[in-house]
Design a protein. Structure first.
Ligand SMILES: O=C(O)CCC(=O)C(=O)O
Ligand SMILES: [Fe+2]
Length: 571
């Protein structure tokens, strides 16, 4: 049973900016509100309701002329269109932001000139209200002057026909969240039935306030705001034996369909929760879910984020315990205060970029017999990793090796370039976090192989290190996501080699069991991540992949067998 007495917040549009705080609370805590003083004449609302009533009286074959090829489910829905839609019938307009689309809706249904006037005026005004409400909601979160004019907007004109006493209490629209960014609902002010669910799982009746417009946040609002906006679950139940009308306007997504999180909502405390995706892909995913609610449908697009522990090199030995935990439990960590100048890191990235632009025949001159892939690994090296290209130096601790690397590839590189490569390599080689604290007991920890890696980030998931080189985990889905094309990911990797047994645990003052075995030739890897293009994932103890967000200014270090460190090619 619905609980009585709890009301949905009411926002007075004539009282801004005073209402901003209330709007912020409504949008982030309740997920919906009713708007008064919205500027849409009451007479127009009533006329549209009458027009809607007459549209549903049109012959079936006329109603079926309502189609919107550009949007999923964007057509006339007869009753029983969905298994639990026995009461529900609806028309759809896409894109209701476009007067031309509204007019073609009218023409397809052959409405009278008077009805056409009402419909066009109504959607013109309702869309205007949508733009105002979307920017106000966003402003309430602190972003001023945001416009949603470039977003698509779907309209749905709905009727629920309840014919018998037995219908009372039945569910006419099952519990769901809207897929939209924002929804404006002109609900039937005479017939209730809309219910929202609160944080405790209680259903609450939304009692229609005469003349008010109901607004709610949808799934795209949650994604765009990185979880700040609250997506309310709602449903419609039958309250009385009559026909209920409602009209919804749904602000869906930018016109190109690309949904991403607004950068202003991403920071170290609020890592990006969802991948970028295409709105229609989301709709398809959502349609597959038993319940169309964001928690289920968005699960696929959720990023598994792990904020890697950061070891502050300026704070050793106090950080040793943290380092021990990171090394023995997680196998990787970030390093801050590493003294590697940011400018050098940035220059190295540029140097790496220009290295990969050198003609292939010159790159192939980088032949190094000690490296298993011969020093230059072209994208064709393995069909399993077509986006991966790398150049290697062996041994990067040796200035002579770095120098010969530069001269081999010296098709055009300038001195600054050579200096940069040399500077980066030497730094990484001489001042690794291992330098002070991972003193090897009886073994030799020696900086060795360096790689400069380049990824043309497309459509697949790569693993580097030992085979398997490729895990095509989500490649299929990503392959539809053409906007991923052309992103290049650059990394510089320094591998510390080791040939003798390490008593690693002892060194860290921890249990020796796990690491008192040979760690093969790859002991420690220092990675300069691409700070603009994510993609590094680790596999946790449960076998789940977790995104490692690049932490600005830190170097990434991982232990030993690097088979668990993966490069995933989306950003
Ligand atoms: O008809 C109503 O009042 C609500 C409809 C709804 O929730 C929707 O179309 O998403
Ligand atoms: Fe809804």
């Amino acid at each position: 049973m619905a609980k009585e007495g709890i009301v949905v917040p009411v926002i007075d549009l004539a009282n801004f900016p005073a209402e901003l705080e209330k709007l912020a609370a409504a949008s982030t805590e309740v997920g919906c509100f009713q708007v008064i003083n919205h500027g849409i004449p009451v007479a127009l609302l009533a006329e549209m309701k009458e027009t809607a009533r007459s549209l549903f009286e049109l012959p079936e074959e006329v109603k079926r002329r309502n189609v919107n090829p550009n949007v999923i489910d964007g057509r006339y829905r007869p009753r029983n269109f969905e298994p639990n839609g026995k009461y529900h019938e609806s028309f759809s307009i896409y894109d209701a932001a476009l007067p031309s689309d509204v007019l073609s809706f009218c023409s397809a249904l052959d409405v009278s000139p008077q009805q056409r006037k009402v419909i066009t005026e109504y959607f013109g005004k309702l869309y205007g209200l949508m733009l105002v409400m979307a920017s106000k909601v966003v402003e309430s979160l602190g972003l001023v002057g945001r416009s949603f004019e470039e977003w698509s907007c779907q309209a749905r004109v709905m009727s629920y026909k309840f014919t018998s006493q037995e219908d009372i209490g039945c569910i006419a629209a099952p519990l769901h969240t809207d897929s939209s960014f924002l929804t404006i609902l002109h609900a039937d002010e005479c017939v209730g039935g809309l219910q929202i669910i609160d944080a405790n799982g209680n259903f609450i009746d939304v009692d229609p306030l005469p003349g008010a417009i109901f607004v709610n946040i949808g799934d795209m609002g949650k994604v765009w705001s990185n979880g700040r906006l609250y997506t309310v679950k709602h449903r419609v139940v039958c309250k009385e034996v009559t026909t209920r009308f409602s009209i919804g306007l749904f602000l869906l997504a930018p016109k190109d369909g690309n949904i991403g999180t607004e950068l202003a909502f991403i920071d170290a405390e609020h890592p990006k929760l969802y991948q970028n995706f295409i709105y229609n892909e989301y709709r398809k995913q959502r349609n597959k879910c038993e319940y169309k609610i964001s928690d289920l449908a968005l699960r696929v697009f959720k990023r598994r984020i792990y904020v890697v522990p950061v070891i502050d090199l300026a704070n050793l030995p106090a950080e040793l315990e943290k380092l021990a935990a990171a090394s023995t439990e997680l196998g990787c960590f970030g390093v801050s205060n590493h003294d590697m100048p940011m400018s050098l890191l940035a220059k190295m990235k540029e140097a790496a970029r220009s290295l990969f632009e050198i003609p292939a025949d010159v790159k192939l001159r980088n032949v190094i017999h000690n490296l298993e892939d011969g020093g230059y690994r072209p994208p064709t090296f393995s069909p399993k990793s077509p986006f991966y290209e790398s150049l290697g130096i062996y041994d990067a601790a040796s200035p002579a090796d770095v120098h010969s690397f530069c001269s081999t590839l010296d098709a055009s590189p300038q001195q600054w370039f050579r200096d940069t490569v040399k500077g980066t390599m030497q730094f990484l080689a001489s001042a690794p976090p291992a330098g002070d604290c991972l003193v090897v007991n009886g073994g030799v920890l020696r900086p060795g192989r360096a790689d400069i890696r380049w990824m043309n980030n497309r459509r697949t998931v790569l693993a580097w290190g030992r085979p398997p080189f490729i895990l095509n985990i989500e490649g299929k889905r990503l392959s539809q996501n053409s906007n991923l094309d052309g992103f290049r990911r650059m990394s510089v990797v320094l591998v510390f080699q080791h040939t003798q047994t390490l008593v690693f645990g002892k060194l860290l003052g921890a249990d020796t069991g796990r690491f008192s075995r040979p760690v093969y030739e790859r002991f420690l890897t220092v990675l300069q991540e691409d700070e603009c293009v994510g993609g590094l994932e680790i596999m946790d103890a449960n076998g789940n992949f977790i995104d490692m967000d690049p932490l600005p200014g830190t170097l990434f270090v991982n232990i030993g067998d690097i088979g668990k460190v993966l490069i995933k090619s989306y950003f």
